[in-house]
Design a protein around this ligand. Sequence first.
Ligand code: ATP
Length: 312
Amino acid sequence: MPESFVIETRGLLKSYGTQTVLNEVDLRLPAGAIGLLGPNGAGKSTFIKCLLQLEEKNSGEVKLLGKDIDRFGRETRKRIGYAPEQDCHIPGMVGCEYVTYCGELSGMPFEAARQRAHEMLDFVGMGQERYRKVDTYSTGMKQRIKIAQALVHDPDLVFLDEPTNGLDPKGQALILELIERIWSESGISVVLSSHLLHDVDRICDRIVIIAQGQIVAHDTLAALKERRRPEAEVVISENKDSLMRLFEEKDWSCSVMNNGNVKVVHGERSLNPLIEVMRDAGISPLEVKESPNALSELFLQALETGNGKTSA
Ligand SMILES: Nc1ncnc2c1ncn2[C@@H]1O[C@H](COP(=O)(O)OP(=O)(O)OP(=O)(O)O)[C@@H](O)[C@H]1O
């Protein structure tokens, strides 16, 4: 059976004036918990808005849940939820009234919308606060109610744009746990946009890294973590020359780094052969650090690209 995708884009292009914000983005994403990771200004929100037709793309094709948005945008959006980065509540409305209203806007009859709103408010952990005006909520509560309104109509796919913004570490952890359950318990595909590696690293099974409107990486989290260069950094206080000679005898290229540690390209699948060679030669390093995995490396490169530096 051919694999189906919840999101497919081909040549998606979006510019504001002379600035190209999405540069011919090609992506095919299967159902799951998807992390959209990139520095501020990378184009994450614009990507989401173009998919949801809140912004008009310049060119390219987009399919959501298998349907072309140019032909079936309106009907497809009924099966999609969205929590934007900025506040989206209606001033003066109390929490449960607001989520119910969002359900009605999605076409649900009032009674069904009200019942489901309470279920979703329970799901996001809102107690009696639901009977208070949203204007009086803390940042954490506002983030939670945004998630509740995105889920009220029981969508198949939900976009959450920077849902941990403004939260302290405990608040971030609570929101991430909640988001993880959206996919693992309800089977609703989630696109979590974030500029924090930690967010997506914890709960997503697939990662897309975006920088300056281009996809710099797309793979499963497991594959990105598995991928690393066969390099290591050896922290050593004495016998540095002997260590370098030892590596050269093994034909492993090595050099002294700015911090005084020795970098070695050992070409092995694990650190074990490197550690054995040093042990046999009677050299005891203080520490042997593995090279960063591809996820960390690509994310750092994306950050540098986002800051105007070009990556090697
Ligand atoms: N309506 C707009 N008009 C002009 N430029 C825009 C508009 N919206 C976004 N941009 C520009 O497009 C680029 C990408 O913005 P976008 O909001 O998509 O980034 P992001 O990855 O979501 O980052 P952040 O989390 O900081 O919002 C930025 O340079 C931004 O200034």
